[in-house]
Structures are given as C-alpha cells and as structure tokens.
Design a protein around this ligand. Structure first.
Ligand SMILES: [Fe+2]
Length: 395
C-alpha cells in the first residue's frame, strides 16, 4: 500500500511537472559579459556568496576586479560551510540587505550555490523562514538576479532547482526544490577548477556521475534528460580520471564542467534517488562531504536495485564504453556497477564511510526515507529495513 501511495504521488508530480516553469540558465561568455550584464540591470551592488577556500586561493580575484572596474560595489560572504547551514544563509542575507545589493553571485562548489540559493529564496519570500520553504515549490516567486559560477565540476547547481541546507540544531540536511531557484545566468571558467585537489576532483566528479545515473534510472525521465544523462556519463568516463591525474589539463577540466552541467540539467527535471537520500542524512549528521558520500554509496544502492535497473544501466554501460549492443543486459549492468567501484578505487575513494555510529542508523534511515519517499521516482522503493541495510553495508 505504501509503495502504491509513493507511485501515485510520483506519477501525479510527473504529470504536473509538465506545466512547471522549467528553464536553463543563460550562458555568459566571460567576466566582462558578467559586468556588462550587471550594469545593464542597473545593479550598483552585488553579493558574492563563496567560501574561505576560494578566497584563500584568490579564485575570486578575476571576478571581483572586473566587477569593481565596472564601478559596481561588491560585498563578499565567504563563511559558507561545507554543508551550508541556515545560519550561513541568514548571515549572507543580512549582508545583502545592509549593503543594498540587487544581485547575487554564487561562486564555488555546490555548497556556495546552495547557500546563495537560500539567500535568494529568503529574498523572494521575505516573510517565510528557511525551514518553511523546505520541500517542493514553496518559493515560486522570482529571486533577484542570480549568477552561478561553479569552481568544481560536480554539483550541477548552476542549472538545478535544488538548495540543500542543514539545520545546525538538529543536524538534518534538507532540500528546497523550486524552479525559481534555477540561476538566471551561469559562467563556466575551467581555469577556476585547475587548482582543485585530486581528491575533490574525484569526489565531485563522482557526484556528477550519481546525478546522471539517478536521473537516468528513475521513472521521471524525459527524452531530453535521458540524452543529457547519456552524454554526461560518456564525458565523465572519458575525462574524470584524466582530470584527477592531471589537474592542469584544461580540456579535461572544461569537459568535466560540461558533464556536471548536463548531469545537473538531467536530475533537476528527473530527480535524484536513494543514493542522495542516504548521502544527505550522513552529511547532515556527520558533515560527510557530499561527493564522497555519494561515490561510496552509489555501487551499494545500484547493487540493491538488482534486476530492476539492468536495462537502463546496460544503456549507460554502452555510453561509458564498457559494453556494446551485443552484450547481455545483466552483464553490461554488472560491468557498470563494477566500473564505479574501480573508479573509486583508482582515485583513492574508500569503499566505506568512517564514523557512522550504529545507534544512529535507525534515525539516519528514517531521515533518508523521509527525503526519498514519496517524492523520488526511484526504480525500487526502499523501506526502512532497506535503508538500515545500506547504512550497515557502507560502515
Ligand atoms: Fe549530488
């Protein structure tokens, strides 16, 4: 009965999603174009939401110099945590108002984007607290001008509806999903990613792979999300390891940014699934980095889905160059799962998550279930026992 309820809910959402205001961000050609855009929009002051890692490396300099030279004031919030909190959002929001900003730039990985989207959501809905915006379609109203500049190739947040935030008191990570949160513009500069350490290159890249996989094997695909996911998988399998081994390889970096964008575009319309639900509960409770958690969890969840995903996974295996049309579906699907384990191993990603307290597992399972069901159109609906089994397997 529970599974039937989930499927009815998912199908209703899938039908309703057709009329939602989906859009993709417009692409900016460079920092000069960004400065021109701000001037054209009569923006005198802009809030940059980023993190200390970015400012310490000076990755914001080119951006801030160009904007300043255009006569536009900048206020920078760089206290975004790895798993951004409601407090982060409120601090950045205060800066936005105090400095009379009229635009937001998210500069960083998924965390900075999530925080920036939280600020945008609060501006769109000033009478609502962040926790009141949790869930689906609670923002709806237009955010101020929002430009996303990713410095990793993973989250796809520059094109996604999602903002993931953590409640510092309960340690619960939760999502705000709304097409209003899709950035208006994005700027891809692969030079920003060349200093990304190999470990982060690996885990963020595997996060992008999770987005493509979960979007593709779920039940809310469209032709376009399937195409985007296939392309993303193809690019990731041919470029992630190169970017990991040779961080200065600008072509591999640019390709990975493209893959992360495509995977982001796929999952924002077709959703993620149980990998992300299991992962978010861990990040909220223990601060486990998102990409690392996803990379570790992915093969375990895919194994648990079993026969239900043989066909779509075999198609992804072909895209990844692991099989051809003559390969039987179960063999191709098995190769794909094995390849995710191999990629993790080659890039130094462990096959377990350390620090999980066994007594927390029932609570983690409840949180993961609350995120996954009834919303995510997963190929197999997990119950509480399944979630518990996954947490035990990965610890
Ligand atoms: Fe993700």
């Amino acid at each position: 009965m529970y599974k039937l309820y989930c499927r009815i809910y998912q199908n209703a959402f899938k039908a309703g999603a057709v009329v939602l205001p989906w859009r993709r961000p417009k692409r900016l050609g460079g920092y000069d174009a960004l400065a021109t855009l701000l001037r054209d929009k009569n923006c005198n002051s802009v809030l940059i939401v980023t993190d200390k890692g970015i400012t310490a490396l000076g990755l914001h300099k080119k951006l801030t110099d160009t904007i300043t030279q255009a006569g536009i004031k900048i206020v920078t919030y760089d206290k975004t945590a790895q798993n951004p909190t409601i407090d982060n959002v409120e601090e950045a929001l205060t800066l936005y108002h105090d400095k009379n900003c009229s635009a937001i730039i998210g500069l960083g990985g998924g965390s900075s984007m999530d925080c920036a989207k939280g600020v945008g959501a609060r501006i769109a809905r000033p009478k609502k607290a962040i926790h009141q915006l949790r869930g689906q379609l609670k923002v709806w109203l237009k955010m101020p001008l929002f430009i996303a500049i990713p410095t990793t190739a993973g989250s796809g947040s520059e094109t996604s509806v999602a903002a993931l935030l953590t409640d510092s008191l309960t340690h619960e990570k939760f999502a705000i999903n709304d097409p209003a949160l899709i950035p208006h513009y994005m700027l891809h500069d692969p030079r920003l990613t060349i200093d990304l350490p190999p470990a982060l290159t690996a885990t963020t890249g595997m996060d992008a792979l999770c987005h493509a996989v979960e979007a593709y094997i779920g039940n809310s695909n469209t032709c376009r999300t399937q195409m985007d996911a296939i392309k993303a998988v193809r690019i990731i399998f041919s470029n992630l390891y190169t970017a990991y081994c040779d961080g200065q390889n600008l072509q591999a970096r640019a390709n990975m940014q493209k893959a992360a964008y495509l995977a982001g575009a796929a999952f924002t319309r077709a959703y993620v699934g149980n990998i992300h639900a299991v992962s978010h509960a861990l990040s909220g409770q223990y601060g486990t980095p998102h990409g690392l958690a996803n990379a570790v969890i992915m093969p375990y969840v895919l194994d648990m889905y079993g026969e239900a995903i043989e066909k779509p996974l075999s198609e992804l295996a072909i895209a990844a160059g692991l099989a051809d049309v003559k390969t039987s579906k179960n063999v191709a699907a098995r190769r794909f799962i094995d390849a995710t384990r191999d990629m993790n191993k080659k890039m130094g990603i462990p096959d377990k998550i350390s620090g999980i307290n066994p007594s927390d597992i029932p609570m983690l399972a409840t949180r993961a279930l609350r995120e996954a069901n009834p919303l995510y159109p997963v190929p197999v609906i997990f119950g509480h026992d399944d979630m518990v089994k996954i947490y035990h397997a990965i610890m």
